[in-house]
Structure formats: C-alpha cells, structure tokens
Write a protein that binds this ligand. Structure first.
Ligand SMILES: Nc1ncnc2c1ncn2[C@@H]1O[C@H](COP(=O)(O)OP(=O)(O)O)[C@@H](O)[C@H]1O
Ligand SMILES: O=C(CO)[C@@H](O)[C@H](O)COP(=O)(O)O
Length: 504
C-alpha cells in the first residue's frame, strides 16, 4: 500500500480529485460535474453544497472504485476557482448562493470603489476592483440584500468553504486572499484602510494561512460522510491559477502558463511583490511561499467553446467537434470570433462588451465557425502576451494546461499564434497536481515546492511554431485587434436594449 496525497481541483464546471504518490505518479482520478446557474445576464452562481457533494462522490469513488485505502491518504490540499463569494451566518450556514468569478453584476460597486479610493486602491491591492473580484460582490450584497449582509459573519472563497466542511476550520490562503482585493499586498495583511472605507467588519475576513500550512485533520463528521480517515491532514491550498502554475512547473519568468479552463489565463511567475501592473494585469500572491504571479484573464475561453458546442452541436462528441476545425484553414476561411460572450476582463476591463463573429460568408461551414472560436480565444490570449511583451517580458516556453489542452490541434494553433514553443504536461491535471504538491510539501515529503517540482512535473508533447502560419496569424491578429474598438458601442447598445426590456 503506497502512501498518497489527494489534490482537489474545484473548478467552475467540475471537481476533479487526483491521488498522487511520493514519486509523483497519479494512481487514481475521479471527478464530478456540477451546474452553473445564470438566472439573469451577468449573473453566475453555484450552490456551495454542490461542491461538497461532488467532491464527496469523487472521494467515495476513489475508495470504492479505485480501491484506495483511507489510511493510505496522508494529506489533502485544494485548488479552487477564484474570487467566488460564500457568506456564512453565525452558525456557519450558507446565506445565499455563491457569486462566482464570472458574475459581473457589480459594475456600480466597482465604480464606487474607484470613486472613493482611486489609485490608492490599486496601490494597496496591486489590482483594479473588477466586477469578478470578491469585494465588489460583497458590496453588491450589502447594497441589494442588506438583510443577508447583516447576518453575514464569515466570508469564504470556494475551496475554503469545501475545506471548512471537511475539517470544521475557517481559513483562507494568501493566493485566494489577494483575489478578494481586500489584502494589502505589500504588508500581507487584510487592509484595514479598505475595510474602513467600505464599512466592512474585519471579523468577516477569515484567518490567513500559507498554501502549505496544516489546516487541520478531517473531522469526525466528514470522515463518516466520505469514508476518509480522521488521520488525514488538510493543507491550505491555493487559487486555481496559482496551483495550475505550481503543477505546470512555472518557476521562472521566461516560462508562461496558458490555461484554457472555463476562463482563460496567461500567467507569469513574479519573484518580487514590488512589481505593480497598475491593475491592467492581475497581481496575486502565489501558492509558493514568498512568491507572486501576474496574469491576464479571458473570461470566456473554454466557456466560449462549450457555449458553441451546446448551442450548435449538442448531441455530438466534444473532441470530434473540436477536431472538425482541422477541415477549415488558418484564419477559418476569413472568419473571426471575439470571445467576449460574458464581457471581458483583460486587456479590456469591460463587463458590457459582447462577442461577435466577423466576416460571415456564404461559403462558411460549421467547421469554419469551430475554427474561428478556437482561434479567437487564442487571439485574446495574444492580446495578453502583447501586454507582457510591451513591458519587456520575453518567453521561451508556453506550458499549456486546462480542458483545452486535450486538443493537439488547439495547442498547435497556440504555438503558431504565440510564435513560441508550446509544451503539454504528461499528467494534464495542472491545478489538481499543484494542489497535491502543496500537500506533499506540507507533509514534509519535500523541502520546498521546487524540490517537489523536480519529481512531480513531467512534460509530454512539444508543439513548435510553423513559420508560414505564424506570418498569417500575425496579419489576422492585427485585424482581430480592431474588433474590440469597432464593436464596443454596438454591443453596449445591445446590452442596454436588453436591460431596458427587462432582461437584466
Ligand atoms: N476534448 C476537448 N478538447 C478541447 N477542449 C475541451 C475538450 N473537452 C473540454 N474542453 C474545454 O475544457 C473546458 C473545461 O476545462 P477545465 O480545465 O476542466 O475547466 P474548469 O476547471 O473551469 O472546470 C471546457 O469549457 C471546454 O471548452
Ligand atoms: O477569475 C479567474 C482568475 O482571476 C478564473 O480563472 C477563475 O479562477 C476560474 O477558473 P477556471 O474555472 O476557468 O479554471
């Protein structure tokens, strides 16, 4: 019986739990989907109980289907979808559905924060108060559901709620705390100045822990519910992008992470906290102690593809639909797609922009639309790369993770659009593997995250840029860049039209 740790990857579409040995071998994996509710345009909510149930089903399957022995599981850590607001009352009961990272209803609150604190806010948090982050959501609840805010005693993020249900302990790790935009990044404490400015009780903020810190054993209740042992220790864990970077071996500023999950992320390792992109790119504490990372986020990356598939190819196999893009050409026979279907975060912080297909022609077939979706998502990543390159960053390797990394065609498109080598991981479980690594380091199996990286992170395929395609994509990206300014006014008017007609 080999000792192992569990890495719990609490995503937006599903939870995946990986059992990993000291040698970095994934010996079993189980997962379960859960729904995302979008009751109104701009809203995105989940029931925190769904996270607990789905994670428990995955753990029970590991024990029953995969024959893991509870005593074998020495430690558990977590990777979580970021920024989501979970509010608990005095009895630690959930007060309302969680408002997620892609919920953009809080534009008014975002503007109020900037009007009140302006640049000082960015100085403290190294971020703008965008709709997706936790503070504007908290202020939305304060303003629109005052009876709920009055009862709120604790604020947690998604994976911290899950850990609380497994241990009974309240905590948040630094990487998720930066994503609330309530942490003073330079001082590494909750910002009293921000709490005072918006009249938020400091008691709402849970204790801060490091990602590798012991956060308590599995408690009696959860041991009975799941079959786990109370001997199993939990560790802080981190934001999914921090864990994705750990699991992908992003340990120097010349490697860049490209993650296609529900959202899309271009992420860079930052060795020092003094760096400040003035909120154009996000700046976060890492899950690696005393390290940081920056990133740009495309709100609807995998989500755009999933939307397309659900709407136009509901009964077909996902991989087959994606691979049909190979029947099209570079540039999708002159069709472009802008993936702003739930608004955008970077480089355009605009909750009311909406997506478009540009250049639809009578010759286009469905596979051209699929290709345009794949390419449009990577053009939006290219915009983020351009932000970095404009500030002097140079990357020699892109590590590709997330559900989108299942497609070799999509990875080749990335290599061509980035004009950089793209590598995939042997165990395509970036965030889940990163979470398992934090438990392995927390248990003392390794002296540091970098020691663990040497054993756990293994690369698989390499995709090199093809010169002809690189040149074509460069021209196409110049055209793509015109879509945002050209469609901004029109799509804002359409969103306003829906609001006037009671749809929002
Ligand atoms: N076979 C596939 N090829 C390419 N992309 C895929 C495939 N299957 C799923 N995806 C994409 O992966 C995304 C989910 O990625 P994942 O990393 O699991 O997301 P999350 O962590 O946000 O739940 C989906 O939105 C979908 O677009
Ligand atoms: O909002 C962000 C990062 O700031 C998102 O990246 C979320 O953390 C959700 O991640 P996925 O479910 O797409 O992995």
């Amino acid at each position: 019986m080999t000792d192992c740790v569990l890495g719990v990857d609490l995503g937006t579409s599903a939870v995946k739990v990986s059992a990993v040995t000291k040698a970095g071998e994934i010996i079993a994996q189980e997962g379960m989907d859960f729904p995302l509710r979008q009751p109104k345009p701009g809203y995105a909510e989940q029931d925190p109980e769904d996270w607990v149930s789905a994670t428990t089903v995955a753990i029970v399957r590991l024990i029953l289907n995969d024959q893991l022995k509870p005593e074998q599981i020495k430690g558990i850590s977590y990777s979580g979808q970021m920024h989501g607001l979970v509010l608990l009352d005095a009895d630690n009961q959930v007060l309302r559905p969680a408002m997620l990272w892609n919920d953009t209803r809080s534009t008014k609150q975002r503007e109020e924060i900037m009007a009140k604190m302006g640049d000082r806010f960015i100085e403290i948090t190294h971020n703008q108060p965008l709709e997706g982050f936790t503070l504007p959501k908290l202020l939305w609840v304060k303003e629109n559901q005052p009876e709920i805010f009055a009862k709120a005693k604790t604020m947690l993020l998604p994976k911290d709620y899950l850990r609380f249900r497994m241990t009974g302990n309240l905590a948040i790790d630094y990487s998720d705390a930066t994503g609330t935009v309530m942490l003073d990044v330079d001082k590494q404490v909750w910002s009293q100045e921000i709490l005072d400015a918006f009249d938020i009780p400091a008691s709402l903020c849970p204790p801060l822990v490091r990602s590798i810190d012991n956060t308590g054993n599995i408690d009696d209740w959860y041991a009975q519910y799941s079959g786990l042992s109370t001997e199993t220790v939990t560790f802080g864990g981190g934001a999914d992008n921090a864990c994705g970077a750990v699991g992908a071996g992003i340990d120097s500023p010349t490697k860049v992470l490209s993650s296609i999950g529900t959202s899309g992320v271009i992420l860079k390792y930052e060795p020092q906290k003094e760096t400040n992109y003035n909120g154009v790119l996000q700046y976060e504490d890492h899950a690696i102690p005393d390290a940081f990372y920056s990133m740009g986020v495309t709100l609807a990356a995998g989500f755009s593809l999933s939307w397309f598939k659900k709407t136009f190819a509901a009964d077909e196999d996902f991989t087959a639909v994606v691979e049909s893009a190979a029947q099209s050409t570079v540039g999708a026979n002159g069709l472009l797609f802008a993936p702003y279907i739930v608004g955008e975060r970077a480089p355009y912080a605009d909750a009311d922009i909406r997506g478009s297909f540009i250049g639809i022609d009578g010759i286009h077939q469905r596979h051209d639309f699929v290709r345009a979706v794949l390419e449009g998502i990577i053009f939006s990543f290219r915009d983020l790369m351009d932000e970095y390159e404009a500030k002097g960053s140079r990357f020699d390797t892109v590590v590709s993770i997330g559900g989108g990394a299942k497609s070799p065609l999509w990875q080749q498109i990335q290599a061509n659009i980035f004009n950089t080598k793209v590598v995939s991981l042997k165990n395509e479980q970036g965030p889940g593997l990163g979470a398992a690594m934090l438990a392995a380091v927390g248990l003392g199996w390794f002296k540091s995250v970098s020691e663990c990286t040497k054993v756990f992170v293994k690369f698989k395929d390499v995709f090199l840029p093809r010169a002809n395609d690189v040149a074509k994509y460069r021209k196409l990206h110049d055209i793509y860049k015109q879509i945002y300014p050209s469609t901004k006014e029109i799509t804002h008017e359409l969103v306003a039209y829906r609001r006037e007609n009671g749809e929002e």
